[in-house]
Design a protein around this ligand. Sequence first.
Ligand code: 6GU
Length: 458
Amino acid sequence: MRIDVVTIFPAYLDALRLSLVGRAIESGVLALGVHDLRGWTTDRHHTVDDAPLGGGAGMVMRPDVWGRALEDVLALGIDHCVREGAGEGRTVLAIPTPSGVPLDQRRVEDLAAADHLVIACGRYEGIDARVAEHYAGRVEVLEYSIGDYVLNGGEAAALVLVEAVARLLPGVVGNPESLAEESHGAAGLLEYPVYTRPARWRGHDVPEVLLSGHHANIARWRRDRALERTARRRPDMVAALTADQLEPGDRGALARLGLAATPAGPRPLHVRPALSSDAAALAELAAETFPLACPPNMPAEDVAAFVAVNLSPERFREYLADDDRYLVLVAELGGILAGYTLAVLPRAADEPPHAPDVAAVVSARPVAELSKIYVRATAHGSGISQALMDATLAALSGRTVQGRPLAAVWLGTNARNRRARAFYARSGWEHAGSRRFTVGGRVEDDAVYVRPLVESGS
Ligand code: 6GU
């Protein structure tokens, strides 16, 4: 590749002879020319600018000087392409300006594939607009900005572009793997934090997992840190993540960051206690989600009858009014209810759980029942269930019955609901046995799961 920079301060670009870019030049993968724009002036004072037409502050760079400079410099690219056997070659005229398109890694990757890059550094108020317009008919023209702030001229932005492009040229970065994992790579995430020896420095320890030698745990830890960092520092990047960029385990990590992986990308998820004003929306959500958790061959009338009796707005109002007995949490996504949980607390501390197999497994009391954890079908797989369950368990950990903290939670889920069972098993619930019950005259089997609660806030 050949890069030519045209500037009124050629010495500004001396830094490019150092380090990595310097080595790329020495090794021959990059040819770099730096040219003084004043070489193409024709007057005694080597004037490159003039007053803005239409009035206003500052000075504008003259198109005639730039035109002569660019004719000569573009010709250098043609010679280069012929020598390299690149045929016509691909030429890009890059013009740094705070009013340009933002330079990002995708654009840098694209520019690194060009044969000839010419960077025209403006000073003052910029270059007469006809220069970009004229050359756009002959080569690719890119007016780019390196960020939302103003520099006095394009030279620093030219340094930035040359360094970003040069490190992508073949053989310049020693270990190409470091290109694959870095921030702004294909992962769409910022890079995880890195550490080296000593393992303890000024009282700060390196995270233990990194010393464990357990590669899968290290990879998960790094991925979680990358997601966390990106969510905090670049919410725009997290929101733009697509389903194919998410790995197994990412949905749980996003949920812990308060984000649900929706088809449109990760979105803020708000989990909160339900209010009496949520009753109607809860009933509507329950009517939609309850049938999905029922056994496939259960008669629709039985399902409908259950919903009408147990999941009506009136019933939800009763649940919400009795907060010694019921805990209802809702998950809101973009202002819409996406899921809810309903937990039932015992009235008395020594009340036995309403499933015999639970009593056999946990002897401690009191025990609560996680009666429902329902998420809208369109949000399945988004991590909302995980977020709701975490919040419910956290809320129950803080609850007491007759002054005694809850010792455990149990739940029953239809034995044939594989999706639900896999979810509970994955999130730390222990299979404790089964429970038989009758719905509309049919005998159904529930798988029963238990989770001990650790006392919080002590
Ligand atoms: Cl590319 N040029 C100038 N002059 N100022 C800038 C810039 C470029 N990017 C941000 N500010």
